[in-house]
Design a protein around this ligand. Structure first.
Ligand code: ATP
Ligand code: MG
Length: 690
């Protein structure tokens, strides 16, 4: 435990940390130490007599939560850090629903649907397979939920036929979720809010539990999250929120900057504290960031300054295409490592891009150069179909009424239960408003299915029950692993992988992912060893069923974040709050950043959000920043001319001097040399002629 966590803070940060007796808002630019204020304030609250379990810190991603826990550990020790409620809004919502779900009509064991599942349910609810339509519904319904609208309200407010249909589908969608005992991600916020609003007893209990709330990245909360926060802190208003209106980048998901404006209105005694010193970036980087964001209208006037010198000029890279750009990124990593020596780790580098699909080409180039990397933010591992298969099984163990999981598990691997059988079962279940699992054991199922089909279904159901029993009673890493391997053998999963993939190597890779997954689950069942100074203590072991229960949340909200020395590839959105010594900002082109879909009319507010994204990207860099633009780029399989993003001009790089790329320099020198050689050869030839 360090002596005084506040020792290095500046006066404004100190003021925020010591303001304990009323609501507090820190609004300040990137890298000014807002997150640092939160972690230090946790230590301060403990000093002031708060118990760790009464302090809740809310972050934007699970990764950020992990990092904050680590930082808190350093400040207050592992034992205290363990009790702190550090989580995302979503995980906090899960915790509330786990403990109180029955009060909002959920069974103790409910399922959390991921985005794929939601699409499945929506297809069913809307009676269509039109993928675009279904995606559109998903998006609209999510937005409505985040604005606090239910199906009825949405129907009333619908502006056109399309919205009316979406509202009707929403109603049916909600009915299905209720029948499946399932919630989607938006419900993880809106149901706890409903609970705290409608149920005074629950509200009192939770306000008593979470006596002080800290919120990071406050600018990206949406209205429902804001309401949840308000309900949690109640009249006491004991909270600290930190944020930066210039980094609000989730407007498309319903986040609203209004929440920043509402805060002083809802809490008249709100203490607003600005921070102005930046501790992250060099002068050149900070100036470019300030220049870009200056173009946007301002909610809060901010000026950021830094004590660090100008540092390296920003490198502007012009690449001939995506492959070339990736090579340049790799070359840059190698060059910086070569010039700065072994103390530079791979983990000091990040490649940032606007859209997920841009990652692939960088992955390939890094792989070729044998540079370890990790795609962060994307759920690449858990998105793999084999992992989703296994997760469907686990979810089904937790909640047999989870129909989407049931459908996936019963058909993977295939077990002689065909499409028609499942169709009949589903219809039967729909008619009686029961889940498919329940329907499977119904006596009157024989009215719609023959003996053989029912036999196969029963066999599946019995196996499931047996597995559930074993999962409920198995804990500890080793036993969990044994159980999972037995299960995979029982269902013939390895064979299934080889049967369904012609390419043996690909099947083997999938199987290896499966084994990784088994280890990962087993490790969680084993509990973890925590270090607190000299003493080591164990966290409790968990049963396979308990681990399965948390899995669907972990899936979409966290990463398999083992610390390793790897270059990070991530989207700009997922880079928020993080920092790296060396940042490569890829694809800074019109159309990509600012991103613009073909059929999209670029509105001023959309453009402003894209500009904030650029600002977030630039301000992730501590020491060096490369901004790369494509002269030519691929668009729908065609090569088109690349236009440098307007944001590059807005950076006003000439103010800090642009650094010539070493390769360009080499090329220029070669050309100059070749020209010289040609000239002297020509001169010599002339001489000879004479
Ligand atoms: P962002 O807006 O990007 O989330 P932030 O305002 O949360 O940034 P932090 O991540 O808290 O900023 O801090 C940026 C960097 O500056 C971190 O490396 C942090 O450790 C360091 N830092 C913060 N405050 C101080 C300080 N008073 N003295 C020295 N370093 C500091
Ligand atoms: Mg931060």
């Amino acid at each position: 435990m360090s002596a005084d966590p506040t020792a290095t803070l500046n006066p404004a940060q100190l003021e925020a940390v010591h303001h304990l007796h009323g609501p507090c808002l820190v609004v300040a630019g990137a890298g000014s130490g807002k997150t640092r204020v939160i972690t230090t304030k946790i230590a301060r609250l403990l000093q002031a007599g708060y118990q760790a379990k009464n302090i809740a810190a809310i972050t934007f991603t699970n990764k950020a939560a992990q990092e904050m826990r680590e930082r808190a550990k350093g400040l207050v020790g592992a034992r205290a850090a363990k009790d702190l409620a550090i989580s995302t809004f979503h995980s906090l919502g899960v915790r509330l629903l786990r403990e109180e779900g029955t009060r909002v009509g959920l069974k103790e064991q409910f399922s959390i649907l991921d985005s794929d599942d939601v699409l499945g349910v929506l297809r069913d609810a809307g009676g269509t397979t039109d993928a675009n339509m279904v995606k559109q519904w998903q998006w609209t319904i999510s937005l409505w939920k985040n604005m606090g609208l239910n199906a009825e309200m949405a129907l009333k407010a619908a502006k056109d036929e399309q919205e009316r249909i979406a509202a009707v589908v929403m109603g049916r969608y909600q009915e299905r979720l209720a029948a499946y005992q399932a919630v989607d991600f938006d419900d993880l916020i809106s149901l706890p809010l409903k609970l705290l609003t409608d149920d005074a007893e629950a509200r009192g209990k939770w306000q008593d539990k979470l006596r002080y709330v800290l919120v990071d990245e406050y600018q990206d909360t949406n209205s429902v999250q804001y309401e949840l926060l308000k309900a949690l802190v109640g009249e006491r208003g004991m909270f600290t929120a930190v944020g930066d209106d210039d980094q609000s980048i989730y407007g498309w998901r319903g986040a609203t900057i209004e929440n920043l404006k509402r805060l002083p209105v809802d809490y008249p005694n709100l203490k607003i504290i600005p921070l102005e010193q930046n501790y992250r970036s060099t002068g050149a980087i900070l100036r470019a960031a300030n220049n870009v964001i200056e173009t946007n209208p301002k909610l809060f006037q901010k000026k950021l300054w830094s004590e660090y010198g100008d540092g390296e000029p920003i490198a502007l890279i012009e690449a001939d295409g995506e492959e070339h750009e990736a090579e340049r990124a790799v070359a840059r990593i190698q060059a910086i490592r070569a010039s700065l020596g072994a103390k530079v780790k791979f983990a000091d580098f990040a490649i940032l891009y606007r859209a997920n699909h841009q990652a692939r080409i960088f992955e390939q180039a890094l792989r070729r150069a044998e540079i370890p990397y990790k795609v962060s933010g994307g759920q690449s591992f858990f998105d793999k179909s084999e992992i989703k298969d296994l997760c469907a099984w686990l979810r089904l163990l937790v909640n047999q009424d989870d129909d989407p999981a049931f459908l996936r598990a019963v058909t993977t691997p295939k077990r002689g239960i065909g499409h028609t059988t499942l169709g009949a079962l589903s219809q039967f279940a729909g008619r009686w408003k029961i889940s498919m699992y329940e329907a499977l054991f119904s006596d009157s199922l024989s009215t719609v299915l023959n003996k053989k089909a029912i036999g196969s279904l029963h066999e599946f159901g019995r196996y499931l029950n047996d597995l559930e029993y074993r999962a409920r009673h198995t804990e500890g890493a080793e036993d969990a692993k044994t159980l999972m391997l037995e299960w995979l053998k029982d269902i013939g999963y390895e064979q299934h992988l080889y049967d369904s993939d012609e390419n043996e190597k690909a099947a083997a890779a999938r199987w290896s992912n499966v084994l990784d997954f088994v280890d990962w689950v087993a490790k969680r069942c084993g509990g973890q060893l925590a270090q607190d100074g000299g003493t080591t203590f164990e966290e409790p072991k968990q049963t396979v069923l308990q681990v399965a229960q948390t899995i669907s949340v972990i899936l979409s909200l966290s990463e398999r974040g083992e610390e390793q020395d790897q270059v990070i590839l991530t989207t700009l959105h997922a880079s928020k709050g993080l920092e790296w010594p060396h940042v490569f900002l890829a694809g800074v082109n019109e159309g990509l950043l600012p991103f613009k879909a073909d059929d999209e009319e670029m509105t001023a507010s959309r453009l402003e959000e894209e500009r904030r994204l650029m600002y977030v990207g630039i301000t992730r860099a501590r020491t060096t920043l490369a901004v790369s633009t494509l002269r030519r780029r691929k668009k729908a399989r065609e090569m088109v001319m690349g236009i440098p993003s307007r944001f590059i001009a807005e950076m006003r790089l000439h103010e800090s001097g642009i650094k010539e790329d070493p390769r360009e320099k080499l090329k220029r020198m070669r050309e100059e040399l070749a020209a010289k050689a040609a000239a002297s050869a020509a001169a010599a030839a002339k001489q000879n002629e004479r």
